[in-house]
Design a protein around this ligand. Structure first.
Ligand SMILES: [Fe+2]
Ligand SMILES: [Fe+2]
Ligand SMILES: [Fe+2]
Length: 321
């Protein structure tokens, strides 16, 4: 574990690099899964941007790290970083793909926010400027995806018989229930890693809210006469999104935990945005209203986590110097 600020900066850069490499892999297949021309174009265009990101980050790494063999090593090791656990999720419908990509862009956004803050403190202006300029492109991509939620749900439902829509809604509700379950795990385990800090408090506060979200979703499942076995099946389906895996991978630092939490909130937002649209198609206004309230709470949590990036960076650098 590097203990100097320069070592930290190099580590954040290698993380950013491996995240871009994962993004390239995913964006290569995304246009096919999108099943929508316009959405496919959104992915293809970001593929070109992502190639640039990878190149720019690699150049900064090369500029900072004189020994290329050591650099190769660093990059390879970062491949196992907890932040890229997301990449294992295997979205199979246009809607799930959009939700996944939406959260992935937010994970990148968080990565570059953190990188910029570390670069500021290391006095590396060039890296800080690069991080903020890439961050803005990730943010713009996330916005384009958010603007595509309607299209992606349409594409997902196109082949579904209208009579089966209620059944679909139950499936989306069961998935939402499972995601909130993952959220509860995250909120329960995060404070121990965050230490005594504002960050720990933010997680603890959201634990209560997350339990509330799950209860609300459960009530909507009951309203649709769904059996508990449906909930269980959805929890199993969610294998790609292993929060427990995140913690098992490595006891990560508070700044990365904040970044991961921020991305996680956007997984929730992305999937709830899908759920909301499916509920609207079925004419289930109660679910629409309930889900809108949950989405607002996830956005608030994401904002609260982002506000912790800077204090978390300062605390973790103070510890190491
Ligand atoms: Fe990128
Ligand atoms: Fe991106
Ligand atoms: Fe949440």
């Amino acid at each position: 574990m590097p203990d100097s600020i320069d070592g930290q900066l190099t580590k954040y850069l290698t993380d950013a690099h491996s995240i871009e490499e994962q993004a390239l892999q995913q964006l290569r297949t995304a246009p096919k899964i999108a099943k929508d021309e316009q959405l496919g174009r959104v992915y293809s265009e970001h593929y070109a941007e992502t190639q640039e990101h990878e190149r720019r980050v690699r150049e900064r790494l090369e500029a900072r790290q004189a020994d290329p063999s050591k650099l190769k090593d660093l990059v390879a090791r970062a491949g196992g970083a907890a932040m890229i656990l997301f990449a294992r999720a295997n979205p199979d419908t246009p809607g799930k793909l959009t939700a996944h990509a939406y959260s992935y862009e937010h994970m990148e956004l968080a990565t570059y926010d953190l990188l910029a803050l570390v670069a500021d403190r290391a006095g590396d202006e060039e890296t800080a400027d690069m991080a903020r300029s890439i961050r803005d492109e990730e943010s713009a991509m996330a916005q384009r995806l958010a603007a595509s939620f309607d299209r992606s749900v349409e594409a997902s439902l196109r082949e579904i018989d209208p009579d089966d829509l209620d059944e679909q809604l139950v499936k989306y509700l069961a998935d939402a229930h499972a995601i909130e379950g993952q959220g509860i795990q995250l909120m329960e385990q995060a404070p121990a890693i965050a230490g005594e800090s504002g960050l720990a408090e933010v997680f603890s506060e959201h634990l209560k809210e997350t339990r509330g979200h799950q209860t609300v979703v459960e009530a909507r499942l009951e309203a649709h006469g769904a059996r508990p076995s449906r909930i269980k099946a959805a929890a199993l389906r969610l294998g790609g999104l292993e929060i427990a895996g995140f913690f098992a991978a490595q006891p990560d630092t508070p700044p990365k935990l904040a970044g991961f939490g921020f991305a996680f909130e956007h997984i929730e937002i992305g999937s709830h945005e899908q759920l909301k649209r499916v509920a609207a198609r079925v004419g289930d206004e109660d679910t629409v209203t309930a889900v809108e309230a949950i989405i607002a709470s996830e956005h608030a949590m994401a904002g609260a986590l982002r506000a912790q990036f800077e204090p978390a960076i300062d605390a973790s650098l103070a510890e190491r110097i």
